[in-house]
Structures are given as C-alpha cells and as structure tokens.
Design a protein around this ligand. Sequence first.
Ligand SMILES: Cc1ncc(C[n+]2csc(CCOP(=O)(O)OP(=O)(O)O)c2C)c(N)n1
Ligand SMILES: [Mg+2]
Length: 668
Amino acid sequence: MGEFTPLDVTCVNTIRTLAMDAVQKANSGHPGAPMGLAPVAYTVWNRFLNYDPANPLWPNRDRFVLSNGHASMLLYSLIHLAGIKNVDEHGKVHDEPSLPLEQLKHFRQLNSKTPGHPEHEYTAGVETTTGPLGQGVGNAVGMAIAQKWMAGYYGRPGFEALFEHRVYAICGDGCMMEGVASEAASLAGHLKLNNLTLIYDDNTITIDGHTDGWNILRVNDGNDLDGMQKALAGAKACTDKPTLIVQKTLIGYGAPNKQNTHAAHGEPLGPDEIKLAKKAYGWPEDSSFLVPDGVYDHFKAGIGKRGGDAHAAWAKLFADYKAKFPEQAAQLEAIEKRELPAGWDKGVPVFPADAKGLATRESSGQVINALAKTIPWIVGGSADLNPSTKTFMKGEGTFTATTPAGRNIHFGVREHGMGAIMNGMALAGLRSYGSGFMIFSDYGRPPIRLAAIMNLPVFYVFTHDSIGVGEDGPTHQPIEQIMSLRAIPGLIVLRPGDANEVAEAYKVAVQSKHAPVVLAMTRQALPTLDRTKYAPASGLAKGGYALNDVPKPDVLLIGTGSEVSLCVDAAEKLAAEGIKARVVSLPSWELFDKQPQEYRDSVIPPAVTARVCVEMGGAFGWERFAGLTGAIIGMRSFGASAPLKDLLPHFGFTTAAVVAAAKKQVGK
Ligand SMILES: Cc1ncc(C[n+]2csc(CCOP(=O)(O)OP(=O)(O)O)c2C)c(N)n1
Ligand SMILES: [Mg+2]
C-alpha cells in the first residue's frame, strides 16, 4: 500500500479545513470531530474502501457509516474529494458530482445537499441517515448481516467475490454510551461478523463493556497514519470476529486554543482560531474552502481507481453468474429495485368464516410463512419472542455464524438494536422484519422513526396489541402506543380486524417500496368474518371500508382490529331495533388519508355525525373520526391484570356498550 507522503497529509488537512470553513460559513455545526477524525477517515477511504465513486449504487461496494452524524462535514468533505457521482430520486446515477464545492459552502442551508446530519437518499454517498447517536452502529451490524446472508444464500463456488464486501463504521463516545450500540455490538460479536470494522473515536472517555467476541485494536495517536493502516489491515485479516479499532483522536486537532476541549464540539471555531489552525497545518491562513493542487487526483488514484477496477471486475463476474444462475441473478436484480418475484402472492391463504376464529398473531404466522416461500429475501426475526409473535419462518433455517443462509434471525431481547439492524439490512436491499410485543415498540421507536425518514420498507409485527394481553397487566398492555405510532410521518400502521384482513395487510407490507409498516396483531382470538355477507377484506388496502351495505346509515360504528367484530355484533343488535348502523373497518389511518376525498366521504359520510369509534387503545386522537359530538370507546387509563373476560366489561369493550353509545348518538 506504500508509505504515507506529504500529499496524503495535505489531503487530511484539506478534509479538516473544508469542515472548519463550512461550519464557520454556516455559523453552525460541529468542526471538532472531523478535525480529529480526518486522518483515520482518510485512510479508510483512500486506502481501504472498495467503492466506485462513479457508481455509488454498486451492490458490492464497501459500506461506510458515520454513526456520529454530527461530524457530517467529515463525510461531506470525503464525498466531495472522492468525486462521488450524483444519484437522482429514481435511483439513476448522473455524471455530475454528488457534492460540488458549492454544496459544502451551503452546509446546513435550506435545500442544500449538505444538511446538518447526513441523510440517506438525499445525498449520494450517504449510506444511512445518522444523528441520533448509536443508530449507525446498529445499521452497520445490519449491513454486515445482510452481506453475510447474501453471500450465504446467493454465493456459489467460484462466485464468492460477487458478495465480498466489508462494512466500516465510525462512532464516537456518545454512540458507545447509547444502549442501541451495545445491543447491536453484542449480537455482532455473537454472530462473528468478521466483515465489520468499527472505529471508535476515543477522544474523551474510555470504553467499557460489550466487547465480548470482538477483536480489539488500538491506535494511540490521532495522526499516526501508518498505525491506522496497520490496524485497518489487521481488521481485514481477522477472520473470526468483528473488529473494534479504538482510535485516539484530539477533538478540534490543530486549533491551538480549542483542541481537546468541548468548545470544538458543536460550534464554529471563529475566524481567528481558524487562522491559527490553518497556520498549524501549514495552510495559507486567509484561504477558504481551499483544495490544494493534487488532492483531487490523489483521491482519483486511490479510492477512484481501486473502486473502479473492483466494480469492473465484479460486473464481469456477475455476467458469468447470470449466465449460470439466471434465477438467482434475477432475484438479485429485483432486490436492487425493491421489486417482488412474479407470483409472490400465490400462497397467501384465504381464511373461511369462523365465529370462534383465531388470534391475528396466529393468522399472521400463517401468512408470513406463505410469503416466506415466494419471497426468499424476507429475512428477520423476533426480539426473543418467537413462541408469542409466531413470526418464525418454518423450514428456512436460522442465521448464525456457520449457517449464514438461514433466514430467521434471533435478535435477542434487543428491540432497539433489532430496529437499527433491520434498517441496515433494508439498506442492503433485504425485506427485513422484526417482531415483538406492541408495548415494547417504545423500546425500539427511534429506528422506526428513522426507517420512515429514510423511506425504508421494513416491517414490524407487533403482537399483544391491546389490553387483550390480559393477566400480564398494565406493564404489558399497550395504551398510547398505536396512536403514537400513527403520529410518525410516513409510517403505515395497520391493525387488521380478522384473519383475511391480516392476509391483506401483509400484501400491503411486502408491496410497500418506500414506507415502513407496522402490523398490529392480537393475542386473543377474533372471529373470521363471513365475507359472503360482508365486504371483501381487500378493502383494507384503502385503509378503511364499509363492511355492511347500509346506504343511508343512522349511525357509524368505526372500529379497528379486535374491535371490528364488536362493531359488527352491535350493528346486528341495532338493526333488530330498527337502527341502521354502518360498520367501518379502519385498519390504517395513513392509507385511508391517501384516498380521494370522494371515497373517504362515501365510507364516512360527513353528514352522518352520529358516530361511535371503538379501539382498545388510548382514546387520544379519535376525535378526528368521531368529530366533536361522536362517542369514543377507548382507554383513558392504564389497563389492569385480570383475565380478558373480566377486563372487557370493566373497561367498556362490550357489544352492549357499543349499542348503548350508538343509541345515545341517534337520540334513542
Ligand atoms: C441519541 C442522541 N442523544 C443526544 C444527542 C446530542 N448530541 C450530539 S453530539 C453529542 C455529544 C457526543 O459526544 P461524542 O460522541 O464524544 O462526540 P464528540 O464531541 O467527540 O464529537 C450529543 C450529546 C444525539 N445526537 N443523539
Ligand atoms: Mg467524543
């Protein structure tokens, strides 16, 4: 790889000064971490990363994750200097650069490509959205799992090189302190992810815990390029474990009055200090956004040539693979486009009418198993709750260090880590899913939000979705969770009302290309509605639909999930008393919102203000459909520990209660 030369040091200092100048110009941002981390990031990019700047979407590229997203100018400087090409919103690569120098000058400004924290899909070269500390570590573990799985499932003798890439992530003290990093790191150690190199920017505190199963290397000088090169080569050579490189750096390196102090963390250095720092680097003191001669060429000769050659060799090998394994190659191409195989829905079960019915977690288990057969790249698992959430894909094996083609992942009791890992897997193209109890969606909420920000089609199966949990009591009974998930922009929340709605809900989930989906499932059995009598479950795709044919209703009964059948029963009782009640199943507010006004008005006519909304979750927010005068049958407290048969009357979820509320609405 050769010695480091003064030109290498000039490249490092270019990264530093671009970061300083951009933060200064924006009068906002974090200069210190980029100044400290520039040498190691430079070494990773220009000496190790197999990345073709001419095609940032090349599937076999090495991934680089900046988990300490506040150091965004480090990444933006590298994207600029490496000359990474732009990608438009349709995934087309263009000849123009992702970040011309102009964009660095507009750091943190409206509509610039250089937002405060790196945003995936927005800036070509940014592999994942980071900023909430620790998430990137989980994403990197997910990407490393995806690489292993792809190699395990699609690799064939002689074609191993098609799937050989590594994942590099840089994280800071803050990332290490966050639980999500520990959750993900412990799983990475357990899974022996030798394709993962995590570089810890040790600029303040020491590391503790969660390093079992890791190969740990240290570099004690933040400017020791040779030491970094040795450590990175050591990471590559380690075949049985992930590697953690503990990299000592000085925050704000080179700024004489601010380096090694928190003053360098999150504010501009100021013009005077910038001059002094530039002087220390041997830089023209009055220069701004200077890229000295030779720097661009040096990146071209480094990452550019290495990545371009590797990509070209890969393309040749892939053509051979395609000739030999056309079916697998077609699947890999579909993965890249987020498409589904032909006939993906052929095994989805149709459930016969059944008054006793089954829990939606049970029908969910049947549907996910049917889809697992036709969509091979559905890969996921539960947070240690397979017997409860029923999402285990039978016959598909378990993903372990020695069985990397297994499709069931045991995430362990790590809801937060699971979500961050799922995001990393989805960024690599897999249809990742995770399951757990609805109540613990709170434990893993940040990555759900980030999946929505990144438009990632992950899906969650959250079972035990109401006080229907019963005896486990208030700690395990979700109240505000469903409504708070509905508050996340872009997330599709689906609460199917019977087994056939479950099948339709999964169809929505796997067809989603750009939105994460939460599927809420019950623990308790629900009747399977007679669809010869009621409207077909395919109405679910519109978010809400009328179940019974009541042209001019006196009252609307609007329910979701387990409360749909309650509304159906109530409507029958009301009909016997001459009151025309329309039952609306409203499994997804988000999908319903997307329908034309005309359709929405046909389902929920604005003129019919006599309404009863029923959901066994927090009442908060149901005014939206109940209106100011409608009734809301929901939870206004925590639940209680008791058998479900006692909880239902206690909290008012009975046919009689719905009938009474409806009568009151129509003035009877
Ligand atoms: C989950 C989360 N909590 C808090 C923050 C706010 N925050 C941004 S940077 C930072 C300090 C992080 O320290 P370190 O990782 O050591 O970064 P350094 O100052 O060394 O660059 C904090 C608390 C955040 N971005 N994410
Ligand atoms: Mg730090």
